[in-house]
Design a protein around this ligand. Structure first.
Ligand code: ADP
Ligand code: MG
Length: 949
């Protein structure tokens, strides 16, 4: 990387450079911790984060650890720098640069990811997951040959993007010979805090050690002064070394009073300040450049041109012990980060600007870094620099960092010399703020700013879109949001050129989501009108969203091929702006499973970046998929996270989807209070505001709860609010069809049930997805009174791919099993009921499991063996005792055989009964015998079920 001339000059620089004194005093206990860590790391990988106050010796300890690494180990180092721009992956770049040649050990995709992220090659930014895996794979590959030691200093100041990858690595070093050692300041918050890695706090030096250190370095200090410094330094080595230096000769000899006591860190900084102030101006300027560059790039020393500084300017700083060229790392390094902070604090605005200008000239090959330096150097607005920021803002957004993107857009606006550009960039910020970041307050402020300046229709449209999100998300005011947006869209499309701008696509997407939420025919009309006007220019994602949600029965079938192709095309996509609309289009036609991987990528980037509103949406989509595919505990975790985020960010309206999933799961599990509380809340919000989708979600959850409770009348009433029998004209009807039909049948409304089932059948929704095929066939079978129902059930269960929808599948099996039992086909009935019971048990769908178990009992089987093993297995001792009891032995006899008291035997048997679901000894044999061998003997007939009622 070094240019020729740099290398030549560096040879000179080496001769004047020296690092700080490296003799470690004391620290035996800490060294022992490090040694043990290194041993463990060398054996099977380990992590350690060292905490401590500034100056406590963390860096020195890391240096010592790096030197103590086993022979042949590969030591990789990086450090965070306070004044470095928030530049993606600069930390990772430092760390992995020495391994550049080893990138060839990786497969193509991983190598490309690292090359692009670290700036060795151009290309689309890799997803964080791919990059994290690439970095980990690289380290593991290198560690095959020799141990690897990662040493990270000043952790909280590393860039966020690198931290995310490093966090990923830190949690996975186990098993490989990778050591992960980091240092962090006490009290400085860091993303790593949450990872729960092993920590070690670096305490102050022991008083004896402090004396040793001060004696070694300042042997001539008067004892009284030494004591005063010892007490003031509080065991902080940096203070022990710096405080004496700051004293005048008379002070050192105790002839003069010492300066007043200041908090230690401030005191140290002021010591450094006086040293910096004594340097020649050029040296100060050089230090400032080193501070603001953040990477210690030695090319700074040979920078030519107006802002030229040279290696000679380093000499005074080096002699004052403030900075030096580290001969090992070939980086310009401050004596201590406190010096760096102080240098920047002391610089005049003008000096900072010219340092940034000089650094901008040095970073032409790194657009984000250069844009930052140029902006900091700019005295007045500058369109070129503003444009660079705008581009950077889009790049940041595509990486999933909405908050970072908003800040960069704002910066671009500040730098814009002309109002039109400024307005456009402010509107960009407002839009991302309202849409992805969900920072409604800031969005409102930005909109107010835009109001004050001239703007063009394009800007008005962006601003209106932001305002629409704001109105909807803040107040649930769908009417205002819709009206605002439609007016702006109409105005923008009136003078429309041949190619609609991205702002129109985004506005239409917002309008779609309002229509989808409002779920009223009149809301959709203006959207259709605009789409007609645009013809082929409508974005494919919008078209898919509309086709699958407005009226899926009519629209979805024709769009499915395109939807499936769009989902396939997400395989390597990481831009949330592309993934989310396609996933939304997949919701009602059961395509979320195919979107899962891309959604998980959005989840990760929205979490690591800062995009709360996106995060809530993606969690909602994933929890829907979890719900449908029977991963209910996973769904609950996600919806709790989403609801918590919504509370934190005051985004209540965005959280109705997770509330819906929560209400469904609670309903299916028989937790009716929760269902009631959640749906009450949803309806309190949605009814007065006429938000149709949320109302339907609430009613559907209540219908499911009522079905579970066996309150079929209420189930019918709620389900028919979602859609009337025979009407499948809204997407929620597709989710609720089975509920409506079952409720109708069991509340004595067979003709309504038939009407709905027939409508489902005739509408062809079965062709949309295996789930809808299952629902259509299952509902038809439920509604059918004669024996042809049996054939219909068989057909339903044979639908390929339908068993992904486990709860629906189990419900169809249960209904089939019930029907078979009533036909006295007990064996066949059991073969449906048992797997249904298994699924209900696994899901924790208690009322449904009870129903299935009760049915099973009615077939004469109290508790099937399969169920027992699927739930709570007998302990070996219970099994043994139960087997003996089943063979006819009394408790006493069993006790004698197993050397137990008969009381203990009784207790074990009792446990076994509970698990087997029996109450008498006589039932034991049946409950324990292998199914095949068990003879069917009809138990006392249960009262017949309600199906025939
Ligand atoms: N145990 C020690 N013995 C000798 N010098 C030390 C010791 N600990 C720290 N120092 C010196 O104190 C100064 C501050 O230490 P440093 O490692 O930079 O602190 P931190 O990284 O915790 O801010 C450095 O000059 C370092 O050489
Ligand atoms: Mg340090």
């Amino acid at each position: 990387m070094h240019t020729r001339s740099t290398v030549v000059s560096l040879d000179r620089a080496d001769s004047v450079s020296r690092g700080p004194d490296r003799d470690l005093v004391g620290r035996d206990g800490d060294l022992q911790v490090i040694r043990e860590f290194l041993d463990r790391a060398g054996d099977h990988g380990d992590c350690l984060v060292i905490f401590g106050e500034p100056g406590m010796g963390k860096t020195m300890l890391l240096d010592t650890a790096a030197e103590a690494a086993p022979d042949g180990a590969r030591v990789l180092r990086a450090r965070g720098v306070q004044f470095e721009a928030e530049l993606c992956y600069s930390g990772l770049h430092q760390l992995l640069l020495p391994l550049h040649e080893d990138f060839s050990l990786l497969g193509g995709a991983h190598r490309d990811a690292l090359d692009v992220a670290l700036g060795f090659a151009a290309g689309e930014a890799p997803s964080r997951l791919v990059l994290s895996n690439a970095a980990l794979t690289l380290l593991q590959a290198v560690a095959q040959a020799r141990p690897v030691l990662i040493v990270l200093d000043d952790l909280p100041w590393l860039d966020r993007a690198s931290l995310a990858v490093l966090g990923f690595i830190a949690r996975r070093v186990g098993g490989g010979r990778i050591g992960f050692l980091a240092a962090s300041r006490t009290g400085e918050e860091s993303f790593f805090d949450r990872l729960g890695l092993p920590e070690h706090e670096l305490a102050p030096l022991h008083p004896d050690e402090a004396i040793m250190l001060i004696q070694a370095r300042f042997p001539a200090l008067a004892p009284a002064v030494r004591d005063r410094i010892l007490s003031e330094a509080q065991g902080n080595p940096l203070a022990l070394l710096e405080l004496p230096l700051a004293l005048s000769r008379p002070q050192r000899a105790a002839l003069q009073a010492l300066p007043p006591v200041l908090p230690l860190t401030r005191r140290l900084r002021s010591l450094f300040a006086s040293k910096v102030a004594k340097l020649p101006i050029a040296s100060q300027q050089l230090l400032l450049m080193i501070a603001l560059d953040g990477r210690g790039d030695p090319r700074i020393l040979v920078q030519q041109g107006t802002h030229s500084v040279s290696v000679d300017d380093l000499v005074p700083a080096e002699q004052a012990g403030l900075a030096y060229l580290d001969t090992r790392t070939r980086r310009l390094t401050f004596r201590h980060p406190l010096v760096c902070a102080q240098v920047v604090d002391m610089a005049t605005v003008q000096a900072r600007r010219s340092a940034h200008a000089a650094l901008a000239a040095l970073t032409a090959d790194q657009p984000d870094r250069q844009a930052w330096h140029l902006a900091e150097a700019a005295i007045e607005p500058d369109e070129h620099v503003a444009g660079l920021h705008e581009q950077a803002a889009y790049r940041i957004l595509r990486r999933g960092d909405a908050v970072g993107s908003v800040a960069t857009f704002r910066r671009a606006a500040e730098l814009s010399p002309n109002n039109l550009e400024r307005g456009r960039r402010l509107a960009g910020a407002a839009y991302i703020c309202a849409e992805a970041a969900g920072d409604l307050k800031q969005a409102a402020q930005l909109l107010a700013e835009i109001d004050e300046i001239d703007h063009d229709p394009n800007t008005s449209l962006r601003a209106a879109t932001a305002a629409a999100y704001l109105a909807y998300r803040e107040e649930g005011d769908i009417e205002t949001a819709h009206r605002l947006l439609v007016a702006a869209i109409e105005q923008a499309t009136r003078g429309q050129g041949p190619h609609p701008p991205p702002s129109l696509h985004d506005a239409l997407h917002c309008l779609w989501s309002l229509c989808n939420q409002g779920a009223r025919a009149d809301l959709w009309k203006p959207l259709y009108r605009t789409m007609d006007g645009l013809g082929a220019d409508v974005s494919p994602a919008l078209e898919l969203c509309v086709a699958t949600t407005a009226d899926p029965v009519r629209g979805a079938a024709g769009a499915l091929d395109r939807l499936d192709a769009a989902i396939e095309a997400l395989a390597h996509e990481s831009d949330p702006g592309r993934i989310m609309p396609v996933a939304h289009a997949g919701v009602f036609v059961d395509r979320l499973g195919g979107c899962r991987e891309p959604l998980l990528r959005v989840h990760r980037s929205a979490r690591q970046g800062r995009a709360p509103a996106v995060l809530i949406s993606v969690l909602s989509l994933l929890s829907y998929d979890d719900f449908w595919s029977g991963q209910w505990d996973a769904a609950k975790q996600k919806l709790h996270e989403a609801i918590g985020l919504a509370e934190t960010h005051s985004l209540g309206t965005v959280a109705t989807a997770p509330q819906h999933v929560g209400a469904l799961i609670a309903a299916a599990r028989g937790d009716y209070d929760t269902t009631r509380a959640l749906t009450d809340e949803m309806l309190r919000w949605a009814l007065p505001r006429q938000i149709g989708a949320i109302q339907r979600q609430a009613w559907a959850a209540r219908a499911l709860g009522a079905l579970g409770r066996g309150d079929f009348e209420e189930a019918y009433q709620e389900a028919s609010k979602v859609s009337k029998p025979g009407d499948l004209g809204n997407p929620h009807a597709l989710w609720c069809a089975l509920d409506l039909v079952e409720a109708a049948v069991r509340s004595g409304r067979r003709s309504e049930a038939l009407r709905h089932a027939r409508s489902a059948h005739e509408s062809g929704i079965a062709s949309l997805s295996p789930r809808l095929a299952l629902v259509t066939a299952g509902a038809t079978a439920m509604a059918t009174a004669d024996d042809s129902a049996l054939r219909l059930y068989e057909a339903a269960l044979a639908i390929p791919g339908a068993d992904r929808w486990q709860f629906d599948m189990a419900r169809v099996r249960l209904a089939y099993g019930e029907r078979l039992r009533r036909a006295r086909a007990y064996l066949e009935s059991r073969s449906q009921l048992r797997p249904a019971l298994d699924i209900f048990e696994r899901l924790g769908a208690r009322p449904w499991a009870d129903r299935a178990a009760q049915e099973l009992r009615a077939t004469g089987q109290s508790r099937p063996r399969g169920w027992v093993s699927a739930c709570v297995p007998l302990t070996p001792q219970e099994q043994q005792i139960a087997d003996l009891a089943a063979a006819g032995l009394t408790n006493k006899q069993i006790g004698a055989r197993l050397f137990l008291s008969h009381r203990t035997v009784g207790a074990h048997l009792h446990g076994a009964y509970r698990k087997l679901g029996i109450t008498t000894r006589a039932a034991l044999r049946d409950a324990l015998a292998p199914e095949q061998a068990r003879e069917f003997c009809p138990a006392g007939e249960q009262a017949d079920d309600a199906l025939s009622a």
